[in-house]
Ligand binder design. Sequence first.
Ligand SMILES: NC(=O)c1ccc[n+]([C@@H]2O[C@H](COP(=O)([O-])OP(=O)(O)OC[C@H]3O[C@@H](n4cnc5c(N)ncnc54)[C@H](OP(=O)(O)O)[C@@H]3O)[C@@H](O)[C@H]2O)c1
Length: 331
Amino acid sequence: MKALELSANKELAVVEREKPNIGENEVLVAIKAAALNHREIWIAQGLYPGMTLPCILGADGAGVVVEAGSQVTADWKDAEVVIYPAYGWGDNNAVPTKQFRVLGMPDPGTLAEYIVVPVENLFPKPKHLNWEEAAALPIAYLTAWRALVYHANINKDSKVLITGIGGGVAQAGLSIAHALGAEVYVTSSKQEKIDISKTHGANGGVNYKDQLWPKQLKDLSGGIDVVLDSSPSAVLDDYFTFLNYGAKIIAYGSTGSRKTTINISKFFLRHIQFIGTAMGSPQEFKDMLAFVSENEIKPVVHSSYVLDEVIDAIDELKAGGQVGKIVVRIE
Ligand SMILES: NC(=O)c1ccc[n+]([C@@H]2O[C@H](COP(=O)([O-])OP(=O)(O)OC[C@H]3O[C@@H](n4cnc5c(N)ncnc54)[C@H](OP(=O)(O)O)[C@@H]3O)[C@@H](O)[C@H]2O)c1
């Protein structure tokens, strides 16, 4: 089978590998589409903890079950599925175990013609989605779902800020928050992305490259209750300009800065909560898929490539011009 492999020398190439064998509780999924995440870029640069190479990359995938192990119930055979993109969450919905790990390093990933996963990683593909849209769901929608529903418990009275709206998780957050009836504001480096997000339900947005963006956001929104944040500022005090008392900052990325500082007195006197989150549990994945189906949400696919062009797809992700997910079709 063809697969995108990162070699021990950190060279990225589409290579031929043996089709993997299944165990008794496992299935072989013929991948129809896989989506890229920033994770592949960090891994290819050797910037991910626990680097174990060589490895087939990719965490997001959707496809058809073509073989099922002896202990797997027969109805999974030929099923159209979306793959829960991790192992080892454990039984506690509040936090994962230390064994929690995402597909695509150290375990083989989805950017391949086939993947073997335990049957418990399978979930039926939402019927209203095509393969590319289904592949765009797992990491982005799971991360945004847990942040907005489990951590922030948003509703129609919430005013939500989503930073860096071009990103995959940010786009997922916009769809989910909009479907829950929240008022949504966005930031972006590009006016064009703010304009597109308004057509997807955002109430407005500001350009984070403008130093006055916190004041502009306050004027536009009147105040923010929840921040879905891929890139907290190096100095979080800027956020006090627009945060309402009791606001929650839910951080899931560190695109802008790996460190931040905050005026701790304002932080506690205003009852602000700063919460870290990463992906979500299998139960949250199931709940998220049900919500996507019920509300007929379609993830935004920015562009689509075939597996032989995957390096170009990764270059496009690195360039950062996208609105939504970059997807790889496995034909
Ligand atoms: N915790 C988790 O479970 C989890 C899951 C997925 C991703 N992540 C992390 O979250 C981050 C975003 O990933 P993604 O896949 O959603 O995004 P992505 O598709 O890689 O896009 C990144 C976006 O970040 C925005 N951005 C860049 N610099 C920024 C800055 N200084 N301030 C605000 N926004 C900025 C850009 O938005 P504009 O073009 O609109 O300016 C860009 O479109 C990455 O660091 C990734 O590793 C974490």
